[in-house]
Ligand binder design. Structure first.
Ligand code: AMP
Length: 467
């Protein structure tokens, strides 16, 4: 039996027709580190053979000059992963590589398949032997089992079996494929690099490689890239509603990236401005919870005319710690990460802007830090609606009972945080602010899940959002 509810976050890159493909893949993954810090890997193809290096931890620690040099070849795919789905560990690190009839096949996947357990059950019955517990491995088995004649048709056949969220890069020999699910949950962009091409989860990965942005892959689009040529394969069967994930814009993507025609920074500023219109309050300064709420807080400050201040600092070097917090200190996690600037806060009425409130543990601690630092009033403003439902499409969210917004009213949460006021951005306000790129998947806020939750409905995974 697999782990129950899927909770994973990832970033992917694919490189084709570039001499030092592994170096470029490394740089791309380095820029996508925010999408997963638990494991990473790169596969290159040299003279038709795949070479691989994977490991646990941060990209800069997994690879060194020697390993990158050893990964020869002009085609590469790479992956960073954070996961509690299917368990962590090196066994579940990607890319996944297998030898199959048409050459070495490697897959790297961002997103979460909602029918992975169902497919796996069927594949195991048919005789497939799985090496990992992650949902993406079904893809290689589906390709290998396909009865179609050509690799293109086998990949198409395999992709059409998948349900849920996938932005995927696949290499077969030195041919690169890139595919995005028909609803387009997760981002995937195409860029040009010299005479070659790159695909990546976000444009910030193209920037670091010196690649130029060509376009987003469309939902359902499948590309084949080889020898400097990009060919569109048959698109995946269309669905009635495309639904890119709005939480990418709220929290997950980097503000210097551009997704679906919108700059993440601009989207967050628009959320902040709308938040200021919906929940104004008299105060002396606006403070961001760094770094994810910086843009939204600037938007709030711009709209309200209240000055933005650097009143909270974040330690960027927080890793695992050997120091055990005392049982009494519930704030230890937040204390390791954040510290208020007393000189900015003492005696002031402060508006604290965060991008989202999930469990509420960070906000509870932060509110306390601000009070201890002498704030006269603390007003919390959240640049998204209450998170009330878990995500099944590739964002790590706790179960319903751990989500503070699922069973508490805003007033109850305000009391719990011990703040003077609390205001969330409305769903209409959020979606309206980025209307031109929508409609979106807002399932974590609304419970309206656009792609069928096959594994949930068949009882393979727990955490049914409808309970
Ligand atoms: P919490 O203490 O659980 O309410 O955490 C809320 C904070 O976590 C917010 O400041 C967000 O920036 C951040 N956050 C939101 N979603 C996620 C996620 N999926 N993984 C990690 N951090 C998140």
């Amino acid at each position: 039996m697999l782990d129950d509810r899927p909770r994973e976050e990832c970033g992917v890159v694919g490189i084709s027709g570039v001499e030092n493909a592994s170096e470029m893949a490394f740089l791309g993954l380095y820029a996508l580190q925010h999408r997963g810090q638990e494991a990473g890997g790169i596969v290159t193809v040299h003279e038709g053979e795949a070479r691989m290096h994977k490991g646990l931890g941060l990209v800069a620690d997994i690879f060194d000059a020697e390993t990158i040099k050893r990964l020869e070849g002009g085609t590469a795919i790479g992956h960073v992963r954070y996961s509690t789905a299917g368990g962590g560990g090196a066994r579940n690190a990607q890319p996944i590589v297998v030898r199959y009839a048409e050459g070495d096949l490697a897959v790297a996947h961002n997103g979460n398949l909602t029918n992975a357990h169902d497919l796996r059950t069927w594949l195991v019955k048919e005789g497939s032997l799985f090496q990992s517990t992650n949902d993406s491995e079904v893809m290689v088995h589906l390709v290998a089992r396909s009865r179609h004649d050509t690799v293109d048709a086998q990949i198409d056949d395999a992709l059409t079996h998948l349900e849920g969220a996938f932005s995927m890069v696949i290499s077969v020999g030195d041919t690169l494929y890139a595919a995005r699910d028909p609803r387009g949950f997760r981002p995937l962009v195409l860029g040009r690099l010299g005479g070659g091409h790159v695909v990546a989860s976000e444009t910030c990965a193209l920037d670091i490689m010196g690649a130029t942005f060509v376009r987003d892959l469309a939902p359902g689009e499948v590309l084949k890239i080889r020898g400097g040529k990009v060919t569109k394969l048959r698109p995946l069967p269309p669905v009635d509603r495309q639904s890119p994930c709005i939480f990418e814009l709220v929290y997950f993507a980097r503000p210097d990236s551009k997704l679906w025609g919108v700059s993440v920074d601009r989207a967050r500023r628009a959320f902040g401005r709308q938040l200021a219109r919906e929940h104004p309050v008299e105060a002396d300064c606006v403070i961001a919870v760094p770094d994810s709420a910086n843009s939204a807080a600037l938007g709030y400050a711009e709209e309200s005319g209240i000055p933005f201040e650097l009143g909270l600092l974040r330690n960027h070097y927080v890793g695992r710690t050997f120091i055990k917090p005392s049982q009494a200190d519930r704030d230890f996690g937040a204390r390791m990460k954040y510290n208020p600037v007393r000189e900015v806060i003492a005696g002031k009425r402060v508006i604290v802007v965060d991008d989202s409130l999930v469990r509420g543990t960070t906000s509870r601690s932060l509110a306390k830090f601000f009070r201890e630092a002498g704030a006269k009033e603390v007003h919390f403003r959240i640049a998204s609606p209450p998170v009330r439902f878990p995500c099944f499409y590739g964002i790590d969210m706790p179960s319903r009972k751990e989500l503070i917004g699922s069973d508490h009213s805003v007033e109850e949460i305000r009391k719990e945080l011990e703040v003077n006021s609390l205001g969330y951005l409305s769903q209409d306000g959020m979606e309206g602010a980025v209307e031109e790129s929508g409609p979106f998947c807002s399932a974590c806020f609304s419970g309206d899940y656009p792609a069928p939750l096959v594994d949930v409905d068949k009882g393979y995974v727990t955490g049914n959002p409808r309970c």
